[in-house]
Design a protein around this ligand. Structure first.
Ligand SMILES: [Mn+2]
Length: 576
């Protein structure tokens, strides 16, 4: 039998086994363009989950780090969470990597045995290098074996080599010749009288050298076959063959073998020795492991293939899937921290299961199919919520995790100076500070002097570093925020930043884009606006001359001050 495992699948196999014993990871994601709280709360929530025994939760991120995040993680010796830019379910997530395959030289018997043993409806046909050649299904094999009385010749046809017949029958070889050549042969049982045998043979119009004769211990028929010069003589029932007959077979170079089975079984098995070459379907649908499930669903909607093949760039088979695999709900699960709007979530979030949301922002619209854990508290940071979970459950975080939670709190509340800060943040900093071994003020210094985004980044990166996109009815807009020690550096780049903001608005097709530049020292902000004149005219904060910059005295919080202002502004304008 010519069945082999495709090389390179062994690694996948091990992974598959591990996944079977270990639950699949549930990734904890902060929002796109993550800020310190998004990264810190994902790391802290992972630590909390592990502390309560839910080790399948793993922190992740769907955006790049920045100088502030780097400074925090360096101080607390913690690596950045793993980057996963897209969780859209793909073929690679659902395909079966352990695939049984056949080659063109495999026999029907071999294929049927695999189909039966592994309870599959089809087998991929590959070449010696593992490249895909087609698919053989139980329907195609059935077609070959179903009796067609009006085509008696087709029912006796075998396309194979003598070696495959020997293997299928597990036959004893008395004489064999040219056993590897693929031939089209016709099987017949020598059951009739010797007189009719010869004439019947002629009538069929088949040359003797394409005949396989299956016969018991009937010496007269055996000798007649040797005279006629048949291709293969098969003696059944493990019967003894006269030495004289063997000798004559050798002399006439006629292959002679002994089958352990009776004549009916033997002739049936000879037919199953037919090679699947010529029986399989060479036109098959191939997919890449990277293909999105949603697009595959559309592609196969009207197809009834028993199996779909997954190939790599070299056209080598790496997995298979069926229609039911693709229709099963996604097994990918994620938890969201520091956001609850799909527009801000990792790409593909709407196509996977969201198991939990921990947040402190306004409620966006995120429908779920199942009930989920949803904690949304109007507190200063998501790290406050996680730290409070540790505290309430009387769990002491590791010093580095305590420090990371302090960093999220300090960063989001500007060291408790933002109007978003609540009494909870003060209590939590008092609790965490001795565990982490650092004073909040000392940590605030590290965080806020970590480097000016305006100086260290290109204008386009300044806009995208902490940028959130919001949906308000049909309208989409973005609000980016950067925090600086004083506005001096901003004024040097004001023109470039204004242009980058407008470019971003056009690229993302947004109604408007805002950039909130906050001075951590004075707790004031400047607002850079990219949008139409009507919008600009409606903003009732002082404008800097004729520029697109407004002075927002006492405003430091995007979520608690600016977003509510924008909502009322849009209502006043009558656009939502
Ligand atoms: Mn936050």
């Amino acid at each position: 039998m010519f069945i082999f495992e495709i090389s390179g699948l062994f690694n996948t196999k091990i992974v598959a086994n591990l996944e079977y014993t270990m639950p699949e990871p549930i990734y904890i994601f902060g929002h796109k363009n993550p800020d310190a709280d998004a990264i810190c709360s994902a790391l802290a929530y992972e630590a909390y989950k592990h502390a309560i025994g839910q080790t399948e939760y793993i922190a992740a991120r769907c955006g790049n780090s920045n100088a502030r995040i780097d400074a925090i993680l360096e101080r607390f010796k913690t690596p950045l969470p793993r980057f996963i830019g897209d969780v859209t379910p793909r073929v690679g997530n659902i395909m079966q990597s352990m695939v049984r395959t056949v080659t063109k030289k495999s026999t029907c018997a071999g294929a049927l045995e695999l189909i039966d043993q592994y309870d599959v409806r089809a087998l991929p046909v590959v070449d010696e290098g593992g490249q895909i050649e087609g698919l053989v299904s139980i329907f195609q094999l059935g077609e070959f074996f179903i009796p067609k009385p009006h085509e008696p010749r087709a029912m006796r046809r075998v396309k194979t080599c003598v070696q495959s017949i020997i293997d299928s029958l597990n036959a004893k070889v008395l004489h064999a010749d040219n056993i590897d050549e693929i031939e089209e042969l016709f099987v017949r049982i020598g059951a009739m009288d010797i007189r009719s045998f010869g004439s019947h043979h002629k009538e069929n119009g088949l040359t003797s050298d394409r005949s396989i004769i299956v016969v018991g211990d009937r010496r007269d028929i055996q000798e007649r076959c040797l005279e006629l010069g048949v291709r293969l003589l098969v003696i059944t029932g493990a019967l003894e063959v006269d030495e004289e007959v063997i000798e004559r077979a050798r002399e006439s170079n006629i292959s002679l073998i002994v089958s352990p089975y009776d004549s009916a079984t033997t002739s049936w098995i000879i037919r199953t020795a037919t090679h699947i070459d010529g029986l399989f379907e060479p036109k098959v649908s191939c997919f890449s492991a990277e293909d999105h499930i949603s697009s595959v669903k559309r592609r196969i909607a009207n197809s009834n293939d028993p199996l779909y093949l997954v190939v790599n760039d070299e056209k080598k088979l790496i997995g298979v899937f069926s229609k039911s695999d693709i229709l099963r709900p996604s097994s990918t699960r994620i938890a969201l921290v520091d956001h609850n709007e799909l527009g801000q979530a990792v790409n593909g979030a709407s196509e996977v299961q969201i198991t939990e949301i921990l947040d402190h922002h306004r409620l966006g619209n995120i429908p779920t199919e199942q009930p989920i854990l949803f904690i949304n508290r109007p507190v200063g940071s998501t790290c406050s919520i996680v730290a409070d979970l540790f505290k309430t459950h009387k769990l002491t975080p590791e010093p580095n995790i305590a420090g990371i939670m302090m960093a999220g709190i300090i960063s989001d509340t500007l060291l408790l100076n933002s109007p978003t800060a609540t009494p909870l943040e003060g209590e939590l900093l008092d609790w965490l500070s001795p565990i982490a071994g650092i004073e909040p003020e000392a940590l605030a210094d590290i965080i806020f002097t970590a480097g000016s985004v305006v100086i260290n980044s290109k204008p386009a990166e300044v806009i995208s570093s902490d940028c959130k996109i919001y949906d308000e009815g049909e309208l989409r807009f973005s609000v980016s925020q950067i925090e600086e020690l004083g506005f001096d550096k901003f004024w040097k780049k004001e023109d470039a930043l204004g242009k980058a903001l407008e470019a971003y608005r056009i690229k993302e097709k947004l109604f408007f884009s805002f950039l909130l530049v906050t001075d951590i020292n004075s707790h004031d902000s400047l607002l850079v606006v990219a949008g139409n004149d009507e919008l600009k005219a409606s903003i009732n904060y002082p404008q800097r001359g004729q520029s697109n910059i407004y002075e927002l005295s006492g405003i430091v919080s995007r979520k608690k001050q600016l977003i509510p202002y924008i909502s009322s502004l849009l209502k006043t304008m009558g656009v939502v």
